[in-house]
Design a protein around this ligand. Sequence first.
Ligand SMILES: [Zn+2]
Length: 82
Amino acid sequence: MRSCKEIAKLLVPGHKLTLLQKMGIKLHLLLCLACARFSKQLKILGEVRKQQLGQKTLASTTHTELLEKKIIAEMTNKKSSS
Ligand SMILES: [Zn+2]
């Protein structure tokens, strides 16, 4: 099974995934609550971004990007110490 770090990277929008990778992600999301939640957050951010693009509010799009990066950074840099 892939690690959470790998899955988080693959979940980032714009990533081209092979069928095998997609299947790996689906399997992982079924078993891992943290990554399932992360995937959900990315989806919500994607929706927000779409709405903002529709309204042409570029300033808040940048804000959404920052938020997205923050979430991704949190997922990928998470230390298992806590
Ligand atoms: Zn995971």
